[in-house]
Design a protein around this ligand. Structure first.
Ligand code: FPP
Length: 238
C-alpha cells in the first residue's frame, strides 16, 4: 500500500475490543480474554516508540462497562493493578509517561492508588504519553465540561460569549493532548461506543476484524498503513 510520509501521526487511539470473543473461541472464560490483552498493549507501546508517536490512548474501561457482571468488573480492576505494578519499571525505563482520562474517582481505591503512584513516578518522562481511558465516556466528559463551564460563568470567570470550540476543548479532561489522528477498533465492530466524542471530529477511523488479544505489532503497523493512505482534508479541499 502506498503510504503518505507527510501525514500527521501524533496521537493513536485504540478501542481494544474482542477479548470476550477471543476467550469464547478457545472455550475459556471471558476473564482469560482480558488477561490475554496485556501482550497487545505491550506491542502497541513498542510500535509507538519505534514511530516516535507522542500519544497513545487505550479505551480500557468505559462508563457503560460498570454494568457488566460484578465478577468481571472486579477482575478488570485487579488486572489494572497487576498491569501497573508489573509494567511500571519497564514503562519508566522506556521514558513513557502514564496518564489517564475519565472519571478516575469511580475507580476502586487500590488500583487508583497504583495508578496515581505510577503517574507521579513517570510524570517527568518525555517519551510516549500512554493514556488509559478508565471509567471514560465521551458524553460524561462533555457533561463534566458543561458543569465546569457553567460554574465558571456563574462565578464570573468567563461570560457566555467567550464560548468557542477552542474554549470547550480547554475544558476537556486532557486539554493539552491533540485530537487523535486515528482511532482504531479491533474485533470487527464499527462504532465509537462513546469514545472521545468531542476529539474524534476529524479522526480517521480504521476497523479491523482481528480480536484484541491477537492484535500484534504487525497488525498495528498494517492499520497504520491503511491510515496513511487516507487524505485528510478537515472539511476543506486538497
Ligand atoms: C473489550 O472486550 C474489552 C474491555 C471492555 C475491557 C478492556 C480491558 C482490558 C484490555 C484489560 C484491562 C486493561 C488494562 C490496561 C490492563 P470485550 O470484553 O467487550 O470483548 P467481546 O466484545 O468479545 O465480549
Amino acid at each position: 500500500m502506498k503510504s503518505d510520509p507527510g501525514i500527521d501521526l501524533r496521537h493513536i487511539a485504540i478501542i481494544m475490543d474482542g477479548n470476550g470473543r477471543w476467550a469464547r473461541k478457545r472455550g475459556l472464560s471471558r476473564i482469560k480474554g482480558h488477561s490475554a490483552a496485556e501482550k497487545s498493549i505491550h506491542d502497541a507501546v513498542e510500535v509507538c516508540g519505534e514511530l516516535g508517536v507522542k500519544y497513545l490512548t487505550l479505551y480500557a474501561f468505559s462508563t457503560e462497562n460498570w454494568s457488566r457482571p460484578k465478577a468481571e468488573v472486579s477482575f478488570i480492576m485487579k488486572l489494572l493493578s497487576r498491569f501497573i505494578k508489573g509494567n511500571i519499571d519497564e514503562l519508566d525505563r522506556k521514558n513513557v509517561k502514564l496518564r489517564t482520562t475519565g472519571r478516575l474517582n469511580d475507580i476502586p481505591e487500590n488500583p487508583r492508588k497504583d495508578l496515581e503512584l505510577a503517574m507521579e513516578r513517570t510524570s517527568g518522562n518525555t517519551g510516549l504519553n500512554l493514556i488509559l481511558a478508565l471509567s471514560y465516556g465521551g458524553r460524561a466528559e462533555l457533561c463534566d465540561a458543561f458543569v465546569r463551564i457553567t460554574g465558571d460563568i456563574a462565578s464570573g470567570n468567563i461570560i457566555s460569549s467567550d464560548i468557542t470550540e477552542e474554549l470547550i476543548s480547554r475544558y476537556m479532561y486532557n486539554s493539552d493532548i491533540p485530537d487523535p489522528d486515528v482511532i482504531i477498533r479491533t474485533s470487527g465492530e464499527q462504532r465509537l461506543s462513546n469514545f472521545l466524542l468531542w476529539q474524534s471530529a476529524y479522526s480517521e477511523l480504521v476497523f479491523t476484524p482481528v480480536l484484541w488479544p491477537d492484535y500484534n505489532a504487525e497488525q498495528l503497523r498494517s492499520s497504520l498503513d491503511e491510515y496513511r493512505t487516507r487524505k485528510r482534508r478537515f472539511g476543506g479541499l486538497e
